[in-house]
Design a protein around this ligand. Structure first.
Ligand SMILES: Cc1cc2nc3c(=O)[nH]c(=O)nc-3n(C[C@H](O)[C@H](O)[C@H](O)COP(=O)(O)O)c2cc1C
Length: 374
């Protein structure tokens, strides 16, 4: 990234990326959001550890307006791996509270992504392998809309019955109350990447013949029930986001027209922003990867469904992010891997765009142009 230098007297450059965004009573100081990223760094108990504090805290110090936790499981069997974060007991709330507090104290809105992995559960951290984790090593039998394994190396899930479906709603509601208690100010519900609620949406993974499967209305019943119940449990002054996979990139799957129709329903239920990702439902599918390849989904959903959107996926450059916001394609950019490479991505993006933003006072001597050493 280039580093533009301004003279002290030059007026601040107008930047769309560094303009504030207000949703309900929350003001985001800019449009740079840290996308949720699993760290597989809990000790089989779902409890936040020093790793999560340091990993997430760096992004607040680095100038991002909103920092999301990784996909945080609403129940033990909703974890992707035994090492995921969870929020199903008061001990989990207590472990996350200092993190939410630190993020807020350093100028970032603390956000949490709530998730249930469904049939993609009980797998190890990616650096360990891609096999199922058996009970001896902390694994469990995953649940799903239909008893269809995600891939030959994934466990075959049990189909949820009516009671199990009701429990999923209750688990999301209980985690919502705990997220508030822990101090988070944005919840993002994970309806993407082939996890449980996406499994209900897609006809490729939901082959139920009861009232939770079949046509669009029935496949969306559980995801909409979760969204409505969470919206009800989440304070009215705080924003609720939903992450969608706008398409499965597969014939006969969930696609953009269904996403647009669904996003309008989400908006009517009080969802404030739809974070537009894609894929993850069908094993072995490679999306057409290119810089900003999912931005057209954010643009179409924003235009057609009339809801604020977030763009995500291969957004790496300040000028690229600026253009996404300036063109009205999305209201915010979610950055993942570029943040891991440079946790100060937002501060550097401001510098590249010639925008003067505050740095943590402890870092000021490193800001360009450098202050003389004392
Ligand atoms: C290490 C890692 C962990 C991830 N974990 C999650 C997650 O917990 N929830 C989620 O919705 N997406 C997750 N993702 C996807 C990212 O949030 C993002 O959508 C994706 O990486 C594309 O953005 P990028 O090109 O900026 O990395 C993860 C990505 C990475 C690299």
């Amino acid at each position: 990234m280039s580093h533009a230098h301004r003279s002290k007297d030059a007026p601040p450059t107008e930047s769309h990326l560094f303009s504030p965004l207000r949703l309900r009573s929350v003001t985001f100081k800019n449009r740079v959001f840290v996308s949720p990223m699993c760290q597989y760094s809990c000790d089989h108990d779902g409890l936040a550890a020093p790793w999560h504090q340091v990993h997430l805290g760096r992004f607040a110090l680095g100038g991002a307006a909103l920092v999301f936790t990784e996909a945080t499981a609403v129940s033990p069997e909703g974890r992707i791996s035994p090492n995921d974060l969870g929020l199903w007991s008061d001990a989990h709330t207590k472990a996350l509270r200092p993190i939410a507090h630190f993020l807020k104290a350093h100028g970032a809105v603390p956000g949490i992504q709530l998730a249930h992995a469904g049939r993609k559960a009980s797998t190890p951290a990616p650096w360990v392998g891609a096999h199922r984790v058996d009970a001896e090593h902390g694994g469990w039998e995953p649940v799903a809309p239909s008893p269809l394994a995600f891939s030959p190396t994934h466990p075959r899930p049990a189909a949820l019955d009516a009671m199990g479906i009701g429990e999923v709603v209750n688990q999301f509601v209980a985690a919502t109350a705990r997220a508030h208690d822990a101090g988070f100010e944005v919840i993002e519900l994970h309806l993407a990447h082939g996890y449980l609620l996406h499994q209900f949406l897609s006809p490729l993974s939901n082959q139920r013949e009861d009232s939770w499967g079949g046509d669009f209305t029935h496949r969306t019943t559980l995801p909409l029930a979760v969204v409505a119940a969470v919206r009800d449990a989440w304070p009215a002054h705080l924003p609720l986001f939903v992450r969608l996979s706008a398409t499965d990139w597969a014939d006969g799957g969930w696609d953009l027209p269904q996403s647009i129709r669904f996003a309008a329903m989400l908006q009517a239920l009080g969802v404030d922003l739809v974070d537009c990702s894609s894929g993850g439902l069908v094993a072995g599918v490679t999306p057409p990867l290119a810089p900003g390849y999912q931005v057209p989904f954010a643009e179409a959903i924003k235009r057609e469904a009339g809801v604020a959107t977030g763009a995500v996926g291969l957004i790496t450059e300040a000028s690229q992010a600026e253009e996404i916001i300036a063109s009205g394609s999305a209201d915010a950019v979610f950055i993942a891997r570029a943040m891991l490479r440079d946790p100060n991505w937002a501060l550097h993006a401001a510098e590249a765009l010639g925008v003067d933003v505050a740095w943590p006072v402890q870092f000021e001597r490193a800001k360009h142009p450098p202050s003389p050493p004392r």
